[in-house]
Design a protein around this ligand. Structure first.
Ligand SMILES: C[S@@+](CC[C@H](N)C(=O)[O-])C[C@H]1O[C@@H](n2cnc3c(N)ncnc32)[C@H](O)[C@@H]1O
Length: 242
């Protein structure tokens, strides 16, 4: 069953997801760093470490949100980065950061990952952090990300997963089903958004299951890096050369 943010709304997942992120955009960064206790920065850094292993002059960061991943990639790797997101309000926060830092090689585009407004083979690497879980059609989004990659280009997906070891598993479950929705709801004023978060993590394919989806859409050399006892995972894959 598809998990949606607003159970009583009649519009589809994509429209609800855009509305939810438009609602929480002003508080998103604060909540992100607070609720993850800053670990999200370490996870993003790990993505960049992997990217650094081969040249990628043109990077697309899908579901870029408030732009932290796009900005970090540009600053650390000195490459051109395009960030794309569905939510205009999330992008507005990203635009302010890019302007404040006077970054000329970070381009922000409003659009849908399931129909990317870019030519085929136009990026050397595609990243997406905490975005794929929110796609209405996961396979379509991944197919589009593959289409815009050059042959041999790399796709890096960072997403929440579920820790499996005691006591992290139990602690994480308690934290994400009680503290996180409470604090998230209080600060963002959108409790549904922070109820949706653990529910969407719970039903999302992880580990071997997500790797199988990457394989179905045609990616190769698929690997996973479990982070922080499995609270998050990076999925690495390569677009075949033919
Ligand atoms: C949890 S936020 C992650 C933002 C950012 N990547 C980060 O690491 O903080 C998820 C983002 O995915 C975006 N999103 C969800 N579905 C999308 C889609 N179909 N196309 C583009 N962006 C989408 C949302 O608007 C939101 O900004």
């Amino acid at each position: 069953m598809t998990v949606i943010p607003y159970k009583h709304a009649t519009d589809g997942k994509k429209s609800q997801v855009a509305r939810m992120f438009n609602n929480i955009a002003p508080r998103y960064d604060l909540l992100n760093h607070l609720l993850s206790m800053g670990i999200d920065k370490i996870w993003r850094r790990k993505v960049i470490q992997i990217l650094r292993q081969s040249p990628c002059p043109r990077v697309l960061d899908v579901a870029t949100g408030t732009g932290d991943m796009a900005i970090a990639i540009h600053r650390r790797l000195k490459v051109s980065v395009t960030g794309l997101d569905l939510s205009e309000q999330m992008l507005n926060v990203a635009r302010q950061k890019v302007a404040r830092r006077q970054l000329t090689d970070v381009t922000l585009v409003q659009g849908d990952s399931e129909g990317l407004p870019f030519d085929s083979s136009s990026f050397d690497a595609v990243t997406v952090a905490f975005g794929v879980r929110n796609f209405e059609n996961l396979e379509q989004g991944l197919r589009e990300m593959k289409r815009v990659l050059v042959p041999g280009g790399r796709m890096l997906v960072l997403e929440f997963s579920k820790p499996s070891v005691f006591p992290v598993k139990q602690l994480f479950r308690f934290y994400s089903s009680t503290i996180l929705p409470f604090l998230g709801g209080l600060i963002s004023k959108d409790r549904a958004a922070y109820d949706y978060l653990p529910q969407s993590v719970e039903q999302f394919p992880e580990g071997e299951d997500f790797m199988a989806v990457l394989s179905v859409v045609g990616m190769e050399q698929i690997r996973q890096y479990r982070l922080s006892f499995g609270i998050a995972t990076i999925y690495f894959s390569v677009n075949p050369v033919q």
